[in-house]
Ligand binder design. Structure first.
Ligand code: FES
Length: 126
């Protein structure tokens, strides 16, 4: 029921606000499974799908560690590692990552759906 959209740059918000937290959950208009984590680590933003490719764990809540210059997030559910830059894991899994750009003091993520810091009203729970 969603028309497929091409990936394009989606405005997330101002760098000043987004760089105060290590990770933010960014909601996708396609729903839960397409939500994105926006990480801010060592003065750099990284965006990857928010639900772990293994079983859907919340990567925003994962620990981040650096080893040999590679930043990795560890899924809080089963501790699988994912490279923040590439989404590659020491397991055979691949987490989807998204391009990020900074322009005029704002953060943009390239994504096929609309993105927002607030949930989209797709889920009619009362
Ligand atoms: S759900 Fe992330 S490692 Fe299992």
């Amino acid at each position: 029921h969603f028309a497929p959209e091409r990936a394009s740059w989606r405005l997330i918000g101002p760098v000043t606000g987004l760089s105060t937290q290590r990770c933010r959950l960014v909601y996708s208009s396609l729903g839960h499974s397409a939500d994105v984590c926006l990480f801010y680590v060592k003065d750099e933003f990284f965006a990857m799908d928010a639900r772990c490719a293994h079983s859907g764990g919340p990567l925003c809540e994962g620990d981040i560690e650096e080893a040999d210059g590679v930043l990795q997030v560890f899924c809080p559910w089963h501790d699988y590692d994912f490279d923040l830059r590439t989404g590659r894991s020491g397991t055979s899994l691949q987490q989807k990552v998204h391009e990020v750009k900074l322009e005029d003091g704002s953060v943009y993520v390239k994504h096929a759906s609309r993105l927002s810091l607030r949930p989209f009203p797709v889920d009619p729970k009362s």
